[in-house]
Each structure stands twice: as structure tokens, then as C-alpha cells.
Design a protein around this ligand. Sequence first.
Ligand code: PHE
Length: 339
Amino acid sequence: MINRIKGILAAVENFQPKNIEEIEEFRLKYLSKKGLIPALFDDFRDVPVDQKKQIGAEINILKQKAIEKLNELKDSMSVTQEGKIDIDLTRPGDPIKIGSRHPLSIVRNEIIGIFTKLGFCVADGPEIEDDKHNFSLLNFPQNHPARDMQDTFFISPDMNVLLRTHTSSVQAHEMSELKPPIRSLSPGRVYRNEAISARAHCLFHQVEGLYVDKDVSFADMKQTLDYFAKEMFGEKTKTRLRPSYFPFTEPSAEMDVSCSLCGGKGCNVCKGTGWLEILGCGMVDPNVFIATGIDPKIYSGFAFGMGIERITMLKYGIKDLRLFFENDIRFLNQFTAAI
Ligand code: PHE
């Protein structure tokens, strides 16, 4: 009897089902009314009295172990009472949160998309710059008040290493390192020591454009930027250039687009003027060509630079620039894009 019990116990303990059906077979074989364990209880009647205590205990342990094993197997295979898998295949899936691109990335990609259609290539440059590329090569003379236009974060005490104040520094790299024709677009972060407010931040993003070749004219620039504005803000957008000053372009201009919110009639976004300023531009100053080793008698070119935050604010009607940097999911969730 003892050996029979031990044999069944070993079989119960070593049992490994391959599927749910085998678990049910296990139950039938050992625990059902006609199973091996109830049969032991039947035969128990014939056990000599002096052995009853020991054998009775053994059979009870075996039964307990068999029940435990069965429950364990059922749990591991998610089996219901009826022996079916407890998975409801018609239940809707758990919602998966899909991220969205940051609005500044959406607009940056859109700007890149428009200019790459015109043959511009994306060019990268360092955010930690030297004075040469951020200022000197771009015709900002030493100790010239023009440097005050941009409140610079200097890194080295001699003021030679700094955080770039504009993406025009990439222009300086391109012109001194490449031979024309150059047609480049440089998006990236720029830094200025400004008080943070709804309209200004110490970190923001620009896209720089540079086109250098033979016979590049002001009219080419005007046409390029007009095309950009219409692609970005819509077919009906009008543009105008106002004279301006930048040390590295001559002549220089700022471009306005007709206000897309009021259609040029005047509203609080365009402060009643019907126009919104979106970028600075101009013909590359001959001094910059000379400093970077390009012959201004052979080549001419234009450059432009725009703030991505400003364009994004205009496009989406965002009133506070600080929202871009707060990582508030409620703000970011509102933007979706395929690019
Ligand atoms: N770098 C200028 C700025 O940050 C913009 C600019 C770029 C102007 C290229 C002219 C040409 O304001």
C-alpha cells in the first residue's frame, strides 16, 4: 500500500501537461470519483488497524498535493471551470498612448520640407562656437556696438568661446569650408542672455538659409522667400520686405507676411497692422566673402534667418513662448503630424 501511495505521489509531482486537455486528464485520472486517489480511500478499509494511522496520513497528504498541483496547473494555463482558456478575444485592446512630435519639430520639418524642394541641403553646426564663426567672419568688428544686438553667453573668460547667438555661425563655417555653389539650410538651437517672458527665452530655435553662386540676385531671394511664405502660411499670403541692418548682409531686409488670422485687415495678433514680421535676410556682405575666402567679384549670395518659435506661434495661435519648454503633456498632446 505504502509503495502504491509513493508511486502515485511521484507521478503527481512529476506531471507536466502539454495542453489544457492533459490537465483535465490528470484530474480524471487521480481525483475524480473513479480516480486513483479515491480508490486508495476505498482500499484503506482493508488496511490492518496498526497501520491505519500512518497510511491514512500518507493518503491525505497525497490527495492534498494532487489538489494543489491541479490548481497550480489551472492557474498557469488560465483555465476556467469548463476547461477553456480564460481570454476574451472580443475584448477591446488596452489603449496605447501614441506620442506626438513637439510643435517646434513639426514646424522645423515643414520649413526643411519647403526649402529642400528648392534644392537646399540641411547643414549642421556646433552650438558651442568661437568668436570667429559667431561674429568676426560675419563682419562684426571687435568692440563694435553691433555685438550688443545679441546678448551673448560667454563660456571662456577671454570671451572667445560662447554659445552661438544665431545660426548665422553655420554660414561662416559653410563659406570658409566649402566652395560655391552652396545652398544650405541650418536649423538649430541658439542662446541669448535674455529675461524669460511670453515673447523671449534664453534658448530658442532658428533656421538659417544660405545661397551662394554666380549671379545670385536680390530678386532671387525675394522670389525664394515669397514661395516659402505661401507654402508655409497659404496661397493667399502676401509678403513685403522692409529695409533693415545686419552686419553680414548688405543690403539687409526684414520680411513681413500678411496676417493669416485677419487676412491683412488688422487684429490684435498683428497689432492692427495686417502684417507679421517673420525673418531677417539680405545679400551676403562682400566683407564676409573676403573673410571666408570667396571672391565677391565672381560670386554673390543671399542669406536669411528665422525664428522657429515665432513661426510656430503664428501658425498655431500660441500666445506664450514658454509653453514650448514646459513639457506639459496637455499642451503637447494637441499636436499631431505625419512628419
Ligand atoms: N542672424 C540674424 C538674427 O539672428 C538673422 C539673419 C540671418 C539676418 C541671415 C540676415 C541673414 O537676427
